[in-house]
Design a binder for this molecule. Structure first.
Ligand code: LMR
Ligand code: MN
Length: 426
């Protein structure tokens, strides 16, 4: 029969043991089930291996125990060694659960052999190849992802999901922007198909902006917004709470952060001193947002938590920040940002609309400019301003010396207390 487990024992005693174990599993008696089936006499029984994996899996879930979960995954993988004797249906059932648990555990590379089994059994199903690609990308192995992608595109040259991922890899890992655009455009042609996702519109638009093909970029942003992928053509963050008020620049008086801004402005000289004294600790910006120049930052808080030891070096700064609970924003940072003269930060957007970004200007602001959406402003030493960095923004330092600012991300005022507690950190 198609759906039976292979290797059913011939002795009725052992078949009965398996039935009892099945019953124990149903009743939630994971321990007895596990002990009953983990015996040498049942080593060749797929049903025994399944019951072993299930009992460990369900126990791990109930006890939230990662050691049990790892044992469950090993047990599933052990069962999958019998893959050639498993029916299609059983193979799919076991493989899907194994992959699900591996992903939950966060060890994406371990899913590879399971996907390989599925690809071998179902060579005409492109989804398994694409899922393997995503698994490699999650594990930060764009090189391995690209090998799968090349293979997939050789067999399915028009598969939109593979085209889109290949475009993504070309852009973000190989910096081959022209080629990336070709693949992403093909993937999103006619705004239809399985690759019709916000992040691919985002990357296509971003690649076009970097290439200076601004008209084409705007067209992509317009389409992305029309499809509901972006809040608007100009506000292109991907992690959003949709109902929040959207405006590029926020007058401080129209936010609940007047006190924070005043406190910071009052202590700007001390904050400047702290920012300068820690210069040896600054790190170069690594997101590739600079077109030219040099830009470095010192994080004080990341995702609402102090970076260990930093506040000891910047006590006045941290005291001012700590006085405003909304500045412990899990979707942002508090940091010093130092920009050398001659720097141009190209047009880009932040990841989320859940924060507003307060700047306190500290030094060398002459000849520096920031554009947020369609309005350019300048910093003034000792003064704050607030903008929403989910809108497209761009920075120039055409002056002299190194411009220093303190950046304080605060929760968007429209978020409820529950949302501030519960939104996943970014
Ligand atoms: C940005 O958020 O990209 C910039 O405003 C940062 C900076 O240092 O000006
Ligand atoms: Mn930015």
């Amino acid at each position: 029969i198609e759906d039976e487990w292979p290797g059913e024992p011939s002795e009725s005693y052992w078949r009965e043991q398996l039935n009892i174990a099945e019953d124990e599993l149903r009743r939630g008696d994971w321990d007895s089930c596990e002990q009953r089936v983990a015996v040498e006499a049942l080593a060749e029984s797929a049903r025994a291996r399944w019951l072993l994996a299930r009992s460990l899996d369900l126990a791990a879930e109930e006890k939230r125990d990662n050691r049990l979960l790892s044992r469950a995954i090993s047990a599933y993988l052990h069962l999958l060694k019998m893959n050639e004797r498993l029916s299609d249906k059983k193979l799919v059932e076991v493989a899907h659960r194994t992959i699900d648990r591996i992903q939950f555990r966060g060890i994406y590379l371990n899913a590879e052999p399971v996907y390989r089994l599925l690809i071998r059994r179902f060579p005409h199903n492109v989804d398994y190849r694409n899922n393997l690609t995503v698994s490699f990308l999650m594990a930060n192995r764009a090189d391995l992802a690209d090998e799968v992608l090349k293979d997939t595109l050789r067999l399915w040259p028009n598969d939109r999901v593979a085209l889109a991922h290949h475009g993504f890899v070309l852009k973000n890992h190989y910096n081959k922007l022209d080629e990336a655009v070709i693949y992403l455009k093909k993937a999103l042609d006619g705004d239809a198909g399985a690759a019709n996702e916000a992040r691919f519109y985002y990357h296509l638009g971003d690649a076009l902006l970097q290439l200076g093909r601004t008209d084409e970029a705007h067209e992509v942003h317009r389409r992305g917004a029309e499809l509901g992928h972006f809040l608007s053509p100009h506000q292109r963050s991907l992690y959003n709470v949709p109902r929040l008020r959207s405006r590029p620049w926020w007058p401080v008086e129209e936010t609940p952060y007047v006190k924070l801004a005043t406190t910071l402005e009052k202590s700007w000289r001390e904050i400047l001193k702290e920012g300068e004294a820690a210069r040896a600790l600054y790190e170069l910006e690594k997101e590739g947002l600079m077109e030219r120049g040099e830009w470095s930052q010192l994080d004080l808080f990341v995702q609402g938590r102090e970076v260990a030891g930093r506040c000891a070096r910047a006590p006045a700064t941290c005291a001012a920040v700590r006085a405003e609970p909304a500045a412990r924003c899990r979707r942002g940072q508090v940091k010093f940002s130092a920009m050398r003269a001659g720097t141009h930060v190209r047009a880009h957007v932040g990841p989320t609309n859940c924060r507003l970004r307060l700047h306190l200007a500290l030094s060398n602001t002459q000849g520096t400019y920031i554009r947020v959406h369609d309005e350019i402003r300048q910093w003034q030493v000792g003064k704050t301003f607030i903008f929403d960095d989910s809108f497209e923004h761009e920075v120039w330092h055409n002056g002299t010396g190194t411009r220093l600012v303190l950046i304080v991300d605060v929760w968007h005022p429209d978020l409820t207390a529950a949302e501030r507690r519960q939104l996943p950190a970014i």
